[in-house]
Write a protein that binds this ligand. Structure first.
Ligand code: FE
Length: 138
């Protein structure tokens, strides 16, 4: 059994994704702050993985963090994302967030920052990793 339900080679991902999408999703890159299409986007709907289409976040958990990237206080369901230890920056351990379905990098999650949200967590997600589908939420 493979690690993720959706497994593709780099060659396949390169063919399906733009160079920037590939760099962020498949190479754990980061889009420049305040440049992503969903940073200040607050329409009602669902955000899915741009690589595999899995539904990841709901608009009702999106909040204005003013950090420069789309911010959510929780994933759509706990099993939609995976958390990995990221020690790529010395002295600044972080928790990486990946799509549980295809393993693509989405961003990082930070907690205890004092945002007035139900979880005190900030899923800091690159816009380029997401697609948005408008829908009414209950
Ligand atoms: Fe995915």
């Amino acid at each position: 059994m493979s690690e993720h339900p959706v497994e593709k080679t780099d060659e396949q991902w390169r063919a399906e994704l733009t160079p920037q999408e590939f760099r962020v999703l498949r190479r754990a890159g980061t889009e420049a702050p305040f440049t992503g299409e969903f940073t200040d986007h607050f329409a009602e709907g669902v955000y899915s993985c741009r690589a595999c289409g899995a539904e990841l976040f709901r608009s009702r958990t999106k909040f204005a963090s003013h950090c420069g990237w789309p911010s959510f206080y929780s994933p759509l369901a706990a099993d939609r994302v995976r958390h990995l230890s990221d020690t790529s920056i010395p002295g600044r351990p972080r928790t990486e967030v990946r799509c549980a379905s295809c393993g693509s990098h989405l961003g990082h999650v930070f907690e205890g920052e004092g945002y007035d949200t139900p979880t005190d967590q900030r899923y800091c997600i690159n816009s380029v990793c997401l697609d948005f589908t408008s829908s009414r939420e209950d």
